[in-house]
Design a protein around this ligand. Structure first.
Ligand SMILES: [Zn+2]
Length: 423
């Protein structure tokens, strides 16, 4: 191990023997007591030295025996330590591609702030290279979102849509002006390739073992160009049936929408949303039928700044999920309307009448028994849990597992193991 105090944390002394790592409430923590000699020793933990050399340096500085190991252990426990050589074989392969790694430095820095174990950040970044994500819809939001995922290191981003690029599809970072008139899906795939920090690793055939159904996508993002489909999404039966996690993003009129992230059988889906709206407003289905049968608009809405904001936020939620976390869009729709742009989440509860199974009897009882609903739970976690021992964090992409709740319900709602097939 070559210990390195995570450089992404800015350091400051709160008093003579307390160090604060990081600036923001979301991730900052304090370490104390730290004596002055140990404080200067921290500078040596920069990833260039292994433990034997560090112990020798400590002796030279008259620090007691065992001090280095205790310090390293303490920093590691606090989630403040990275390992300049850790992360496993895929991370090692990435280290040998400095061109690629330089492009992804900010991603690596962000991951180092949100992952606990030494070597985790690079392990997660390397794991992104093996992931497959599909984006359905290549308008302003979808094409940009797909490019963002590709630029953030996701190995394969497949884009699906029909028709040709229209002038109003053009968006910085997404479909370029010179693609107007080209096939929309092909133009979006070109944008994805252009955004990629390097050539992706060789692609696994979709039918290979372990790749799961539906092409084995870790996540499908639904970013429809049609504003009715954004506001009143239809139940994506293929994704529910195959247990594929999926995320919604889009702009309807002057409102940007991110979410819900649907973990089939666990969190509320498009069908649940529809049922809940119908419960609240009996005329909802009548309105939806009229909107859906209306003539499609030539240019859908999607103010440029709002569309890019939605694409960016949705990509961040997608990446959080792909990195093994549960972002706050699981079971919630984040919405912001022009011109105030106040982002707020509306919960999407599992509904007992929905065929997705998330609202099946067991789950409803659990909610009724006073368990906190998913969006609130996620929001609370975001606020409180920043310590490395965060139990909600799953270890690596490869080991991503359903939450305890999914495991409990898996037998009742869908064949066990279907989840694993898709992550
Ligand atoms: Zn549902």
């Amino acid at each position: 191990m070559h210990p390195m105090v995570k450089p992404a944390f800015r350091r400051g002394w709160r008093d003579l023997n307390t160090v604060q790592f990081g600036m923001t409430p979301a991730h900052a923590m304090t370490l104390g007591p730290v004596d002055t000699a140990t404080g200067s020793f921290l500078d040596l933990l920069d990833g260039t030295r292994g433990l034997p050399l560090l112990r020798a340096e400590a002796r030279r500085m008259d620090l007691p025996d065992g001090h280095v190991d205790a310090l390293v252990e303490r920093l590691a426990r606090a989630g403040l330590l990275d390992d300049a050589r850790g992360g496993g074989p895929d991370a090692e392969a990435l280290r040998e591609r400095p061109d690629l790694l330089d492009r992804l430095r900010p991603e690596l820095a962000a991951l180092s702030l949100t992952t606990p174990e030494p070597g985790d950040a690079l392990r997660h970044l390397a794991a992104r290279r093996a992931l497959r994500v599909q984006v359905r819809g290549a308008g302003r939001v979808g094409a940009l979102l797909a490019s963002l995922l590709s630029g953030a290191g996701v190995g394969e981003v497949d884009v699906r849509d029909v028709g040709r690029v229209e002038p109003w599809d053009v968006v910085p970072g997404g479909l370029p002006a010179d693609a107007v008139g080209d096939r929309r899906d092909e133009a979006a795939r070109r944008a994805v390739r252009r955004a990629a920090p390097g050539r992706p690793p060789r692609r696994r055939p979709a039918s290979s073992p372990g790749s799961g159904g539906d092409g084995g996508f870790s996540l499908v993002v639904l970013a429809p160009r049609d504003d009715v489909a954004v506001h009143a999404p239809a139940l994506p039966e293929d994704l529910i049936a195959s247990g594929t996690p999926h995320l919604y993003a889009g702009v309807v009129e002057a409102t940007g929408v991110v979410g819900p992230l649907v973990l089939p059988g666990e969190t509320g889906c498009a069908g649940c949303l529809h049922e809940a709206r119908t419960d609240r407003d009996a005329t909802w289905p009548r309105l939806v039928a009229q909107w859906r049968s209306g003539r499609p608009r030539r240019a859908a809405s999607g103010d440029l700044a709002l569309a890019t904001t939605v694409a960016g936020l949705a990509a961040a939620h997608a990446l959080a999920f792909l990195d093994g976390r549960t972002p706050s869009s699981a079971g919630a729709r984040w919405e912001a309307a022009l011109p105030a742009l106040d982002w707020h989440a509306r919960p999407v509860w599992p509904h007992p009448a929905c065929p997705c199974g998330a609202g099946a009897e067991g789950a409803v009882e659990e909610e009724a028994a006073g368990r906190e609903p998913a969006p609130e739970r996620a929001a609370r976690k975001g606020k409180e849990e920043h310590a490395p021992e965060d139990g909600a964090r799953r270890e690596t992409m490869a080991e991503q597992r359903p939450s305890a709740r999914v495991r409990r319900k898996a037998g009742a709602t869908r064949p066990a193991g279907t989840w694993r097939a898709h992550v």
